[in-house]
Write a protein that binds this ligand. Structure first.
Ligand SMILES: Cc1ncc(C[n+]2csc(CCOP(=O)(O)OP(=O)(O)O)c2C)c(N)n1
Ligand code: SF4
Ligand SMILES: [Mg+2]
Length: 351
């Protein structure tokens, strides 16, 4: 039941992060999802990533659409701001919130139905505008909440639980994010938290549009033979192109690797993404090659995961449209409405 809160009492010896919170302070209510649902593993990875990054929970705004995936923000970061929007409309609400207040850390959580079916237009425009946020798609290839219809990410030829064959071509959200201009694009698997947690940490630190398409099996409707989004299929066909380590600006890099095995990518805020290559020919700095790489491997039934593309020089929406630094609710009436003389000046400058 969604109203079930977890007990707030913490064991006094629980480890605290630098800002004084235990991992449990990043949890939410009890999950009501099916036992074994991939989405719950993603919630756990978000909790771990935010705790490790020493993010103060009240600095996060989590937004979602409609679906089992979009319900999950209730199950993590219970002390953060939250907004559960209409189906497929999270991107525009997130954009508005970000324009009004850039001081929060924006986390969008959505499903493949929410983002690739009803919300496809919203998804595309969010990417091309460079909104500074982390967008996690919990991708199971079906509409889990409405009992397992194929979504637009279901592979052509894959089978439903009742044996129906999907005849439509799939939409690959990582490729679409690349085409539309996202500056951090990754793919993960809910069954591989070792890969997923650093991806979430790096995405949260990225100053631009960051997307992680996380394959997240639906155990109730899409975990059978013939499905290409089941645990078994994803374990067998997962091709990780790299492994990631991530250090925030203030942390000293302590892990050593042999020369030639790793590439360090510095992000705007001084944080470092360290990539260990697993595929010698993969370059996450090459947007065009990333698209063809994903598609070439998809054609052989392989699911490419890891950090697929990053632009460390990303420029975000506020920079592009040159807005004021302060949140709009901190501006006075005279700033928000500077009067007819100011309007006259603007009009004159446009004549
Ligand atoms: C405007 C509108 N149309 C349809 C629905 C019904 N509906 C609810 S959730 C959903 C699909 C959810 O699929 P997805 O985003 O993949 O989430 P999942 O449940 O698989 O995690 C649909 C079609 C709705 N709530 N609102
Ligand atoms: S129906 Fe599928 S997506 Fe929804 S909670 Fe159950 S396993 Fe997860
Ligand atoms: Mg889904």
């Amino acid at each position: 039941m969604t109203y079930l809160a977890k007990p707030t009492l913490h064991h006094p010896t629980l480890a605290k992060n630098r800002v004084g919170y235990t991992r449990r302070d990043y949890e939410g209510k009890m999950s009501t999802l099916c036992a074994g649902c991939g989405h719950d593993s993603i919630s756990a990875a978000i909790i771990q990533a935010c705790w490790e990054l020493d993010i103060e929970p009240h600095r996060v705004a989590k937004l979602s659409g409609i679906g089992c995936s979009s319900k999950t923000p209730d199950y993590f970061l219970g002390n953060s701001h939250g907004f559960n929007t209409v189906h497929g409309r999270m991107p525009s609400v997130l954009t508005g919130a970000y324009l009004a207040n850039r001081e929060l850390i924006y986390l969008g959580v959505s499903g493949d139905g929410d983002s690739a079916s009803i919300g496809l237009g919203q998804f595309a425009h969010l990417m091309r505008r460079g909104v500074n946020m982390t967008y996690i798609v919990e991708n199971n290839g079906v509409y889990g909440l409405t009992k397992g219809q194929f979504s637009a990410t279901a592979d052509k030829g894959s089978k439903s639980k009742r044996g129906q064959v999907n005849v439509d071509a799939p939409i690959d959200l990582a490729t679409l994010a690349l085409v539309m201009g996202a500056t951090f694009v990754a793919r993960g698997f809910s069954g591989d938290k070792t890969q997923l947690i650093p991806l979430i940490r790096a995405a949260l630190a990225h100053q631009g549009a960051a997307v992680i398409d996380v394959l997240s099996p639906c155990v109730a409707f899409n975990n059978h033979t013939g499905s290409t989004k089941s645990y078994d299929y994803l374990r067998e066909h997962n091709e990780a192109v790299n492994r990631l380590d991530f250090w925030p600006p203030r942390e000293e890099i302590t892990v050593e690797y042999g020369e030639g095995e790793v590439t360090d990518v510095g992000q705007h805020d001084g944080s470092i993404v360290r990539l260990r290559k697993l595929h010698a020919d993969y370059d996450p700095g090459d947007r065009i090659r990333a698209m063809s790489y994903i598609q070439e491997h998809a054609a052989c039934g392989e699911v490419v995961t890891g950090l697929l593309y990053v632009d460390p020089e990303a420029c975000d929406l506020h920079q592009q449209i040159n807005t004021v630094d302060q949140p709009l609710n901190a501006l006075g009436a005279s700033d928000l409405c500077p009067g007819s003389a100011a309007l006259e000046n603007i009009n004159a400058s446009l004549r």
